[in-house]
Design a protein around this ligand. Sequence first.
Ligand SMILES: C[S@@+](CC[C@H](N)C(=O)[O-])C[C@H]1O[C@@H](n2cnc3c(N)ncnc32)[C@H](O)[C@@H]1O
Length: 305
Amino acid sequence: MTASARYDEIADFYAAGWTDALGDPATEGLLRLLGPVAGQRVLEIACGHGRVTRELARRGAQVTGTDLSSAMLAKAEAAEADEPLGVRYLQADVTAAGMLDADPLVAGGFDVVVCNFGLTDIDDLDGAARNAARALRPGGLLAGSLLHPCFPGGEGVSGSWPADGTYRDEGWWRAPDRQSSLRRQVGASHRTLGTYLNTFRRHGLWLDEMAEPAPDPGWTAVAGEQAARCPVFLVIRCVKAEPGNPPSPGRSVPRAGERPADPGPARPRAQPAAPKAQPRMLGPSDRGAVVAVARRQPRHAAAHL
Ligand SMILES: C[S@@+](CC[C@H](N)C(=O)[O-])C[C@H]1O[C@@H](n2cnc3c(N)ncnc32)[C@H](O)[C@@H]1O
């Protein structure tokens, strides 16, 4: 089943459980790693129904949100119509070669690419990293949050990989446990931490900072002390280097929007005029029929697990 069909089927369930109240430690950690985004051109990949996209737009960024699922994007567009924030939404597979080629902003036009709880939903990490790197200007940032690839699971909570497998076994799987309400339905792709970092680096996206936020005490009470002793969430920030010119240890990399110490050839920094909110779909969604919508709401944002 394609990722599009997975979320088309559960769009109501997801939107009911993961609202614009962005209280979970991983999303908060992601926003903290990003810092101020006002005036920056931000691309959110796997934006879902746009809850992080909207937050970034409220913080003054000029945001484009992309997702594979037409049902999730329909919700994002409805929210934009209710509260216009100037967000553009594009339906796209972020792993596809030449993705968004027709988009004037894409070829190196973004200061920041964000992916909040989307990396384990994306089947082809290499394709997504390639496109993210292409979308970023040199010195731009890729920031992502996800269930920590080293999280082994807790009481009624699935880990990042199947209980009968090992951390080293990569691949797509469906979490069986009671508390893993989302991953029970849509599954997740497990990759080792090394695979994530090496894939990004292969595409010129160098690790700049990483955080492993602690879960809420309420979650710990459910998942148990053993789980609480392990890494649960991972937030990473990578910087796009010039090809053949990776950041060397100790050298500070420019934050998106800042001028590097050696600016190199002049690059126009003028912001394009804020786009009018004009949702544009890149082709019809032809993946999967919508079936019964799960109505159970996760009790806790950590039900991303
Ligand atoms: C867990 S949701 C995260 C949504 C949003 N970022 C948030 O924080 O609520 C994962 C999203 O990834 C999207 N997705 C999965 N594979 C994708 C792909 N190849 N291209 C674009 N979006 C994809 C799904 O459609 C889904 O909306």
